[in-house]
Design a protein around this ligand. Sequence first.
Ligand SMILES: [Zn+2]
Length: 245
Amino acid sequence: MTSNSTGPAKLYLMQLSATTVPLPNKTTMEMVMVCYLIVTGDGKRILIDSGMYPETMPPGLPPARDKKTVLEHLAELQIAPKDVDTVICTHFDVDHAGYHDAFRYAEFVVQREHYERARSGDPRYAAARAHWDHPSLRYRMLDGDTELAPGVTLIETSGHAPGHQSVLVRLPKTGAVLLVIDAVVLARLFTPERKAWPKDHNEEQLRASTRKLMEMVEREKVALTVFGHDGEQWKTLRTSPEFYD
Ligand SMILES: [Zn+2]
């Protein structure tokens, strides 16, 4: 709980699209693309990721439904891109960084390890590079866990990608909300002995980060853990324009 007027007052969960992905065993998986917005008590807007540009959708996936870009979500809340103060970059995969260059007035916050790897030309981050590496964007580098603002903590969770970060948000009524992002994409993967998926960079780090997040849920008495792409979970969540406070 926080009574600090500069701390988070509202957390918006923005669903950008949904896809039913066929799995090899003839079942399917509900996958969502998402981003998040924190509004603080003193009116600051902190965006977490910016979603995917439509033409960068990976080939081979079925068409996405319920599409709504981050800009459309913000417009619904009467927020213009220039009114976003900070963009937290969890990582530069194409589904997380596609609209970064729309936020020219914001400060971008990223783990140094991730930024340096992506800028050095790792092909994984090429698809959205024009958006996250636009010359007009201002970046601040972080080295490890960082309290970004009162009640907003960035947690280094490498594994899915080097220098990936998750976000802990302390809300006045809801309590602590943990946005694990792609450190854990589905609720059923939130176990210490999980296996890496093809897109994950390092299985050992992925497990270490998963354990770190599990310990954090206990220690910080997390009221809600939100998984990065879990369409089944997202059906149960309050999504923008509704919010958690
Ligand atoms: Zn992702």
